[in-house]
Design a protein around this ligand. Structure first.
Ligand code: NAP
Ligand code: MG
Length: 482
């Protein structure tokens, strides 16, 4: 059981905790021991209808009337309140997702940072005046879309809610959030904090439930004006189809097969923690996981052996034990990742971490595995695994490195390790990705940095100031005054 100050078997709609209209609940699992944490609401189409209606009415009342700087103040206050609850939120997330406590604490800080960032930005998005014909004054207004739908996954609930809801509320939209059925506690806790902070009723609504039920009802709803989806490619395609039917814009933050490129002149001591952490953080269940490490042949053996040393020292255990890795989110996810690992010759697994002794038998533990020697077209080098495994692939020069790096359907993030400034600039342009990191990877989350993919990694940008353009719509006003 987990200690909660709100009732997770209810939906949060129109500023109130309400039981799901279908009267049904789902069990929420603790992946560290397989126990049931609590019952959560199984929202259905009627609950989604009520949430969308509540959001619509918020736009026409207190929330819609709030000046931008007041929205900003509220978001900033929510950020502060999130930080005040860091212990409770981190424990909740650790138990729900199975992530080590320190990672969960980082996620709380990120959620607070998004609220601060978007709180500060809320009154700084401006239109323009446009030089035009004599007798005219032409200007642009940035307005909210209206009701925004947010469908988020289970791997980083707080971070993804922060970037998505934070940006939408900053621009004055009213949001309906469908968290993942496998981890939704912090979404509900966040709604409660927003309520306590004084967020006007209906500005944020949360309907937990199943993807194919509540999620499909929300993404196909005829009265939403924008969809922000973070999740897998197949579901992303369904969301885009649903959006097309209602002609609403959609932001898709999907998967990846992100590479880090390590050149012969790079500093291995500096790179090593980033090479490994970016693969095993959150048990590899990270959209921007660096699941491919491409290494210049001159340094290949050295990099493989140094990474192998690190892998051998990795420890996996319950989230609250706060080791390097927690369990996988579910038995199903563990099975998927095990299937990938079974598809390579055992000799290619050059190092494995260890599941600590006496972990609960019903937890979904999996040792991280470093794989070397697979060909570039192997499924482990092409498909998103979403588990704690990385492949190391050699290359001989820039052209080959770029060909391998760009040789998947994805393009989310890439890392470049090289001391050569010219190469840094050349390759940052040639790599197909939404973010490129030079001599680092991930920039510690980078709330301020626009994020999103190309290709099968999706389209649209969240995070940073850029997200605010996506969460608003431009209106051109042309006044003829003679
Ligand atoms: P998923 O199965 O696509 O689920 C994501 C969300 O969509 C969940 O809330 C899910 O609800 C909901 N959903 C499922 N079926 C739906 C449907 N038919 N209609 C509407 N909504 C539906 O993804 P996941 O397995 O949870 O998450 C892992 C994936 O997310 C990976 O591919 C990862 O790369 C990607 N991801 C991307 C980013 C990014 O920023 N680019 C960040 C994190 C994760 P239920 O969970 O209740 O089914
Ligand atoms: Mg859970």
């Amino acid at each position: 059981m987990v200690d909660l100050w709100f009732d997770p078997s209810k939906c949060f709609i129109g500023g109130h905790w309400v039981p799901p209209l279908g009267g049904q609940t789902l069990e929420l699992e603790n992946p560290s021991d397989g126990s049931t944490l609590c019952a959560i609401a199984r929202g259905n189409r009627e609950d989604v209808d009520a949430a969308v209606a509540a959001a619509r009415s918020a736009l026409n009342s207190d929330w819609g009337a709030l000046p931008a700087f007041e929205r900003g103040r509220l978001l900033t206050k929510i950020g502060r309140m999130v930080l005040e609850r860091i212990d409770a939120l981190a424990e909740m997330e650790a138990l729900d997702v199975g992530k080590p406590l320190k990672q969960a604490r980082n996620d709380v800080v990120a959620l607070a940072r998004y609220m601060e960032f978007y709180g500060g930005a809320a009154d700084k998005i401006m239109g323009e005046t446009i030089p035009f014909l004599p007798g005219f004054t032409v200007y642009t207004l940035r307005e909210p879309h209206g009701v925004t739908a947010h469908i988020v996954p289970w791997n980083y609930p707080m971070q993804i809610i922060g970037r998505s809801i934070g940006g939408a509320l900053a621009m004055g939209n009213a949001a309906v959030l469908k968290p993942a059925e496998e981890a939704c506690l912090t979404a509900l806790a966040f709604a409660d904090i927003c309520n306590e902070a004084g967020l006007p009723k209906g500005a944020l609504n949360v309907v937990p439930g199943l993807g194919e039920e509540a999620g499909a009802a929300l993404s196909g709803h005829s009265d939403i004006d924008h969809i922000s989806f973070t999740g897998s490619v197949p579901v992303g395609a369904m969301i885009q189809e649903a959006a097309a039917r209602n002609i609403v814009p959609v932001t898709l933050e999907l998967g990846g097969k992100s590479p880090q490129l390590f050149f012969e002149d790079a500093d291995l001591d500096k790179a090593l923690p980033f090479l490994v952490n970016a693969g095993i953080q959150n048990a590899g269940q990270t959209c921007s996981a660096a699941s491919r490490i491409l290494v210049h042949r001159a340094r290949y053996d050295e990099v493989v052996s140094r990474m192998a040393e690190r892998y051998a020292a990795l420890r996996v255990g319950p989230a609250m034990a706060d080791l390097d890795l927690g369990p996988m989110i579910s038995a199903r996810q563990k099975e998927v990742v095990s299937g990938f690992l079974a598809s390579v010759d055992k000799a290619m697994i050059v190092a494995e971490g260890q599941v600590v002794p006496d972990v609960p038998a019903k937890g979904h533990y999996l040792a991280p595995a470093l794989v070397a020697g697979v060909s570039g077209d192997h499924r482990l080098a092409q498909e998103e695994v979403f588990g704690p495994t990385q492949v190391v692939i050699p290359f001989d020069g820039e052209d080959e490195a770029i060909a391998i790096a760009n040789g998947t359907p994805f393009g989310l993030v890439a890392g470049l390790w090289t001391a050569d400034g010219g190469r840094q600039m050349r390759l940052a342009r040639r790599i197909r990705a939404g973010q490129v990191f030079i001599n680092n990877y991930g920039a510690a989350g980078g709330v301020e940095l626009p994020f999103g993919g190309v290709g099968k990694s999706g389209h649209g940008r969240e995070k940073g100031f850029e997200a605010l353009y996506g969460f608003s719509v431009l209106k051109t006003v042309a006044a003829h005054h003679g």
